[in-house]
Design a protein around this ligand. Structure first.
Ligand code: UD1
Ligand code: CA
Length: 453
């Protein structure tokens, strides 16, 4: 049966106490809605419909790349009312899969099983048995175990509240049946809403066999209603990612203190110490070690590199056997060739650093091309910005730059040149020459320092 997915994402999410719509909150760096959308994409649906609210324009804008049909639900009159907004544009022969924008960890496998279970009867429901079912709609069954109906927490009596099998909200229903039953909904319930769950009772009345499917893990069906639940799902998700990474041969000093907000490709024998945050798309070669408290975003790190503690590396290419940090900041557009050493309190921006070059202490290298085997002394600054424009600094091979040097761009320092410590260089330096701008220290003999009274 062809599939159409409907993602409900119009709710306000009051309990988040946020100016941001709930589905815009992120889990592992990706919005809740994006998690659900990407899972829906695994189902080979003909179409994905997203129901969004009248305050949800930013939701739609933030997810502009989605290949989905966006449908506005002007007033949030309930989950049944939400599906009603799209049902007319779904062909009668389709199976409608209802997903929730705030239930991010549902998997493709579970949804495929759900779609399959709907096969002959045209109706399947995802349910789960929870130790603490509070807040969820309960599944009411007859003695033979057949589903009778769903009762919402707010409508449940004391006996029904003891039921531990809950409605996850996710279901697969043939579109023609769905359409008929949606038309029969009323808001005659505690929440005064058109509840999608009421269609289960209608199906049962018509003698339809409502099949149930359970997820592999209850975490798949947990919704985010407040920030504590968001944090719980985040930890669970991080734990899954950490497990997968370790399975592929990466050592994590503590999987509970590892955060991946994106994707990571890691080679063999990679060691990642505690509190490392990986964002975007990162690839790491073999035998790489990353010390505590590093943030690494959209970066490639070559074999044998050693990233020391407290580094921030963003959109960079770190060559094989580099030694970076501690306390280094590598900014976007930085390409470091093999065997480069970047030490503490060094910032590199939009620069090429050649093989074997070193900047070990307290420097800023921006908009520069640095050759091979260059030594950049402590406190070297490329003065790349004149207040209006950025200028480039070109440094040849085997250049030696003494400490506390200002290189005023645009500037070219040719191969083998030496810059004396404390120099301010604003003109190009010829290959093999020495450049200095020394002010000799003036010495006053027998100087008496002032005394504090
Ligand atoms: C729903 C189910 C409940 C189930 C629970 C599981 C119904 C009536 N109840 O309850 O049985 O146990 O999920 O998490 O379906 N939404 C809209 N438009 C609306 C109302 C809601 O798009 O008018 C969206 C919300 O953004 C949210 C989802 O539907 O993503 C669920 O709505 P919510 O109000 O959170 O339902 P629950 O009370 O959690
Ligand atoms: Ca909910």
């Amino acid at each position: 049966m062809p599939l159409s997915a409907v993602i409900l994402a119009a709710g306000k999410g009051k309990r988040m106490r946020s100016s941001l719509p709930k589905v815009m909150h992120t889990l592992a760096g990706k919005t809740l809605l994006a998690h659900v959308y990407h899972t829906a994409c695994l189902l080979s649906c003909d179409e994905i419909h997203i129901v969004y609210g009248h305050e949800g324009d930013q939701v739609r804008e933030a997810h502009g790349t989605f290949n989905a049909r966006w449908v506005r639900q002007e007033r949030q009159l309930g989950t049944g009312h939400a599906v009603l907004q799209v049902i007319d544009s779904i062909p009668a022969t389709h199976l409608v899969i209802v997903l929730y924008g705030d239930v991010p960890l549902i998997t493709g496998e579970t949804l495929n099983a759900l779609a399959e279970a709907a096969g002959d009867s045209g109706f399947s429901l995802l349910t789960a048995v929870l130790e603490d079912p509070a807040g969820y709609g309960r599944i009411v069954r007859d003695e033979a175990g057949n589903i009778l109906r769903i009762v919402e927490q707010k409508d449940a009596d004391e006996q029904e509240k003891l039921l531990c099998e809950v409605n996850t909200g996710m279901m697969a229903v043939r579109a023609d049946l769905m359409k008929k039953w949606l038309g029969m909904l009323t808001d005659d319930n505690a929440q005064k809403e058109y509840l999608l769950t009421d269609i289960v009772g209608f199906a049962v009345t018509e003698g339809i066999d409502v099949r149930t499917v359970s997820p592999a893990s209850v975490m798949e069906i947990k919704g985010v209603n407040d920030r504590a639940q968001l944090a719980e799902l985040e930890r669970h998700y991080q734990h899954l990612q950490a497990r997968e990474l370790m399975g592929k041969g990466t050592t994590l000093a503590d999987p509970a203190r590892f955060d991946l907000r994106g994707s990571l490709q890691a080679g063999e024998d990679v060691f990642i110490d505690v509190n490392v945050v990986i964002e975007g798309e990162v690839s790491i070669g073999n035998q790489v070690s990353i010390a505590p408290n590093c943030v690494i975003r959209d970066t490639r790190i070559g074999d044998g590199a050693n990233i020391l503690a407290n580094c921030v590396i963003d959109n960079a290419d770190i060559g094989a056997r580099n030694r970076i940090g501690p306390f280094a900041r590598i900014r976007p557009g930085s390409n470091l060739d093999e065997d480069v050493h970047i030490g503490n309190f060094v910032e590199i921006k939009q620069s090429e650093i050649g093989k074997g070059s070193k900047a070990n202490h307290l420097s800023y290298i921006g908009d520069s091309e640095v050759g091979e085997r260059v030594n950049v002394g402590a406190g070297t600054i490329t003065c790349n910005y004149d207040g209006v424009e950025k200028h480039r600094t070109i440094i040849g091979d085997d250049v030696f730059i003494g400490s506390n040097t200002e290189l005023i761009a645009p500037l070219k320092i040719n191969d083998g040149a030496t810059i004396a410590a404390g120099a301010t260089i604003s003109k190009d330096v010829e290959a093999g020459s020495l450049a200095m701008s020394k002010r000799e220290a003036k010495v006053v003999k027998d100087w008496k320092r002032g005394r504090t009274k």
